[in-house]
Ligand binder design. Structure first.
Ligand code: PMV
Length: 343
């Protein structure tokens, strides 16, 4: 075994994953599609700790609590099973996204951890198997293993992985309206949705339909159709989530105001479309040359950041890039630093 460091970026889904077919294997009820970003990275180092009795997780320079550590340990058990080894490890992870606020920090987190841990345990995984492994940590993490636009296939343990597809170039404007950790985790909210919403089966079947249309729109470089599906599918997901018993609402009045402002921008000739994950922050897709102008308009609602398609999860080999123990520079530089930890 050896110490290894990997970096991964969050992804924002344009066709959302919401609901599991298998909770243990983290198999989705339907396929999904997302854009892996080029900002808000997680950098994770896995250090062998042969004499330790338990895994240790250090997040943004502080030792993590038991709940977070046990989630990582359960994931590392998969890695250990694949490697046929029992070694415990120290995991040092630095996030530059607000954790648990609907900006997919679990995706970058588990994609980076899967990549670093697979290398630390000398597993020789191809991109497909690495994506399958990341999926076991957090479903959406399997998409952050792949660069740019990526489809996550529904299926069984062997066939449920993410892979990149070609798509027209675009930018995403991330409007951060609230950096607080969300009150209900995606995992819990998905469970409640499947158990209590009368609309759940319609959601699953219509998601597969939209995914087919979205893949075709990406292949045709049809930005308008990509945008229409993106916004419609996001609103369907939030409608579905609000239909749970008891109801859950992730969007707040500012989120809705951003959806309205983007619709107005469309009227005035800037073609853009909104989406939001399990939190109040909004992501807006737009053609590259119109991104800065629209970001200026949306800055009235919160912090804005224009991001683009980013790389898949990868090992860091450059010694200069690998953060040293106790070095919290990456988090301190982030506009959204200090928001706790991935969960
Ligand atoms: O992978 P999880 O458990 O964090 O779930 C992600 C769910 C959404 O972000 C709301 C949708 C998606 O496809 O990323």
């Amino acid at each position: 075994m050896r110490a290894t460091t990997a970096r991964a970026y969050p992804n924002i889904a344009l066709v959302k994953y919401w609901g599991k077919a298998d909770e243990d294997l983290i198999l989705p009820a339907a396929g999904s599609l997302s854009l892996t970003l080029d900002h808000f990275e997680t950098t994770t180092t896995v250090v062998p700790a042969p004499d330790a009795e338990a895994d240790v997780l250090e997040l943004d320079g502080a030792v993590a609590d038991g709940g977070q550590t046990s989630r990582i340990s359960v994931f590392l058990d998969h890695v250990r099973a694949l490697a046929g080894r029992e070694d415990r490890v120290l995991v040092r992870s630095r996030n530059s996204v607000p954790t648990g606020a609907g900006l997919a920090s679990s995706a970058s987190g588990f994609a980076a951890l899967a990549t670093a841990a697979a290398a630390a345990f000398d597993l020789d995984l191809d991109a497909r198997d690495l994506s399958r492994l990341a999926r076991r940590g957090s479903g959406s993490a399997c998409r952050s293993v792949a660069e740019g636009m990526a489809v996550w296939h529904a299926g069984d343990d062997a066939s449920s992985f993410a892979e990149s597809i070609t798509a027209p170039d675009m930018r995403m404007i991330i409007v951060t309206v609230n950096r607080a950790r969300k009150a209900v985790s995606s995992r819990e909210a998905m469970r409640l949705t499947a158990a209590t919403s009368p609309f759940y089966s319609g959601w699953v079947s219509s998601t597969e339909d939209y995914l087919t249309q979205m893949v075709a729109a990406c292949a045709a470089e049809d930005f308008t159709r990509i945008g229409e599906i993106t916004e419609s599918h996001a609103l369907r997901m939030h409608g579905l989530i609000q239909s749970t018993v008891p109801p859950i609402r992730f969007l707040n009045p500012t989120s809705h105001a951003i959806f309205d402002a983007v619709a107005e921008a469309r009227e005035s000739g800037i073609e853009a479309y909104s989406t939001a994950d399990a939190g109040p922050n909004v992501a807006v897709i737009v053609r590259p040359h119109e991104a800065e102008a629209l970001a200026g308009q949306l800055s009235a609602f919160g912090d804005v950041r224009v991001v683009g398609p980013g790389p898949g999860a990868h090992l860091l080999t450059d010694a200069d890039e690998v953060p040293a123990a106790g070095d919290n520079a990456a988090a301190a530089d982030s506009p959204v630093a200090g928001e706790g930890s991935r969960a």
